[in-house]
Ligand binder design. Structure first.
Ligand SMILES: Nc1nc2c(ncn2[C@@H]2O[C@H](COP(=O)(O)OP(=O)(O)OP(=O)(O)O)[C@@H](O)[C@H]2O)c(=O)[nH]1
Ligand SMILES: [Mg+2]
Length: 352
């Protein structure tokens, strides 16, 4: 990774901890400490208590978790695709409101692991559960509740320090009213079946923006009183390099299938503003590698006469330019890292 200053992230002053702080735990400790009320906030006498805290979305792969987080935050922070297991790390999106700051953690879909990467992703999901105030369980309305879902909710039920649970019937635009009613009843019946309690059950469509505000209100209502953990206006603490690598991976996922989506990984090797450019015509140089596991996959990713690689580069470049707010020169290479998903050394080095 480069050490160029991150163009998206403003440096945050971290004041010394005050006496009235909440008990420490790791998520709250990692968040930059802030910052009291901002000048635009109404005076304390007219203010409802400020709420803040952490929620995570869980659900099987492809349930719509990342799309819902993006809709709540109002910015694309996590990539989404029709391929299962698109998300590979815990991505934080920050919802800033006058009355609250909600930090949403989007985790990978819980699944039956077939590789060491899969096992590590599942561990990451479980680690997150114990650290959040609320868990939003995403149960897509276009699919029946299956063994994967009951397993997941059953695991949540076993936690000793159990977070509050909200059921989200995602992709509501894909279900008829009759089908939705049946789905909601089935979700409600999980309470007795698995010994849990839903704080609420909410149908939502991130795609058509139906009830996304209701989800935000409900999650905020369940947060404790607390300070802003991140400066107002900040939407994520993901490093820009990571966001860029993810946008390239999203573009590369388009049109590949079978094992290849799982084998694909993107690393930004270096990036920086091109020197000697006039201030009004900046250009960001990005050198990135698409990593695959086998030589045969390399050929597919590059495509006939490099056509696929070119298409991926063009699609990613447009998204990245929108993200960083300046034109981008993207140098995209393809590398083979044999069986990286199963190799602890590779995984450690890649940050899994
Ligand atoms: N019709 C419809 N499609 C949706 C909605 N939300 C998500 N999708 C689609 O469902 C697919 C999966 O969405 P993601 O947000 O990537 O799902 P995910 O749960 O994050 O998946 P993983 O990261 O693989 O666990 C994508 O093709 C989305 O466009 C929705 O509200 N309505
Ligand atoms: Mg996802």
């Amino acid at each position: 990774m480069s050490d160029h200053p991150d163009p998206l992230v403003e440096p945050v002053e971290t004041p010394a901890p005050g006496p009235e702080e909440r008990p420490r735990d790791s998520l709250r400790d990692e968040a930059p400490r802030k910052l009291g009320a901002s000048p635009q906030d109404p005076p304390a006498s007219r203010r409802a208590p400020f709420r803040s805290g952490f929620a995570c979305f869980v659900g099987r792969p492809n349930a719509g978790k990342s799309t819902l987080m993006n809709a709540l935050v109002g910015t694309k922070i996590a990539i989404a695709s029709s391929k299962p297991q698109t998300t590979r790390h815990a991505v934080r999106g920050i919802v800033n409101r006058p009355d609250a700051q909600l930090i949403v953690i989007d985790t990978p879909g819980l699944h039956r692991p077939r590789t060491l990467l899969g096992e590590r992703l599942n561990d990451l999901v479980r680690d997150t559960w114990s650290e959040v105030d609320v868990v939003g369980v995403c149960l897509p309305a276009n699919q029946r509740i299956g063994p994967g879902d009951t397993y997941l909710v059953g695991e949540l039920a076993k936690l000793t320090k159990r977070p509050l649970l909200v059921a989200l019937a995602t992709k509501s635009d894909l279900a008829s009213p009759g089908r939705m009613a049946e789905h909601l009843l089935k979700i409600a019946s999980l309470e007795d079946e698995l010994g849990i309690r839903w704080e609420s059950i909410i149908p939502v469509s991130a795609l058509t923006d139906d009830q996304v505000d209701v989800v935000a209100d409900e999650l905020v209502k369940l947060l404790p009183e607390g300070p802003r953990y991140y400066p107002d206006g900040e939407v994520t603490d993901e490093p820009t390099e990571t966001l860029i690598a993810e946008l390239i991976r999203e573009a590369a996922l388009e049109g590949v299938r079978d094992e290849l989506p799982h084998s694909l990984m993107v690393v930004v090797e270096e990036m920086g503003k091109r020197p000697d450019r006039p201030a009004e015509r900046p250009l960001l140089d990005i050198y990135a590698s698409m990593v695959v596991e086998r030589d045969s996959q390399k050929g597919i990713v590059i495509g006939h006469k490099g056509q696929r690689l070119k298409e991926v580069g063009t699609a990613a470049r447009a998204q990245i330019a929108a993200l960083v707010g300046m034109p981008v020169h993207l140098d995209l290479r393809v590398k083979v890292l044999k069986d990286w998903q199963r190799d602890p050394k590779h995984l450690n080095r890649l940050g899994f």
